[in-house]
Design a protein around this ligand. Structure first.
Ligand SMILES: Nc1ncnc2c1ncn2[C@@H]1O[C@H](COP(=O)(O)OP(=O)(O)OP(=O)(O)O)[C@@H](O)[C@H]1O
Ligand SMILES: [Mg+2]
Length: 232
């Protein structure tokens, strides 16, 4: 479904060029549930931006949904992003003046869905994340965990191929974090959507079937290494 080969990313700051990603190979299949850990500044968000078509790599190839995305124009990329990627952020990124229902429905209308149909789809998916009784609440009338459930509903509403979550539990206490993880696990299982979670929390990482680590610009994929060595 998604495949990176020898992805490199450098940033230039004045005369200094810093290579953050030094040849990342990664394959994510439909239904995967994967964590990415790594020290601060190791390039996790940089990798997430590339996966999410928000940033282009300096070199390397990226195939998503059968297409080579490196040849796409910015306009094609944003349409492709809308179709394939759902985002969940640490700070929820909900629009404060909109209700839960409107926050989930709005991106659907951007994709050309009629308002009424988008409202129905938003309600259906909010019910799936147990927020059906909070449709008309604005973000400031919701708890942190509830806000993240709305953000997860928004990410899933357009039936993406993959949900990319950058520290989705980073702003939550441990009980709420666990609820949000159980929700992501259930949606991954029931909806078959691939989920990639960046986290600093080893407990969150251990809940994922596949675990990986960025270190020195390289991605160490625990499950792939186990598979290669013949372990079950
Ligand atoms: N736009 C930019 N210009 C220059 N350097 C950048 C830019 N964005 C990120 N970097 C550098 O790239 C490195 C990786 O940053 P990134 O945000 O990917 O790290 P991270 O692993 O997500 O860290 P954290 O855990 O703190 O969120 C850092 O050293 C950062 O300073
Ligand atoms: Mg980051």
């Amino acid at each position: 479904m998604l495949e990176l080969a020898d992805i490199r990313k450098s940033y230039r700051l004045g005369p200094v060029e810093v290579e953050v990603l030094k040849g990342i190979d990664l394959r994510v299949d439909a239904g995967d549930l994967m964590s990415i850990m790594g020290p601060s500044g190791s390039g996790k968000s940089t990798l997430m931006n590339i996966l999410g078509l928000l940033g282009r790599p300096t070199s390397g190839s990226y195939r998503l949904g059968g297409r080579d995305v490196s040849t796409m124009s910015d306009r094609e990329l944003s349409a492709f992003r809308n179709e394939h990627i759902g985002f969940v952020f640490q700070s929820f990124n909900l629009l404060g003046h909109l209700t839960a229902l409107e926050n989930v429905a709005l991106p659907l209308t951007y994709r050309g869905m009629g308002r009424r149909q988008a409202g129905r789809r938003a309600e259906e998916i909010l019910e799936k994340v147990a927020m059906g009784d909070r449709l008309d609440h604005r973000p400031d009338q919701l708890s942190g965990g509830q806000k993240q459930r709305v953000a997860i509903a928004r990410a899933l509403a357009g039936t993406p191929s993959v949900v990319l979550a950058d520290e989705p539990t980073g702003a939550l206490d441990s009980n709420t974090a666990d609820e949000v993880m159980q929700l992501l696990i259930r949606l991954n299982r029931d909806e078959g959507v691939a989920v990639v979670i960046i986290t600093h929390d080893p407990v969150v990482s251990l809940l994922c079937r596949r675990q990986s680590l960025i270190r020195d610009g390289m991605l160490l994929d625990g499950s792939a290494e186990m598979a290669e060595s013949g372990a079950p």
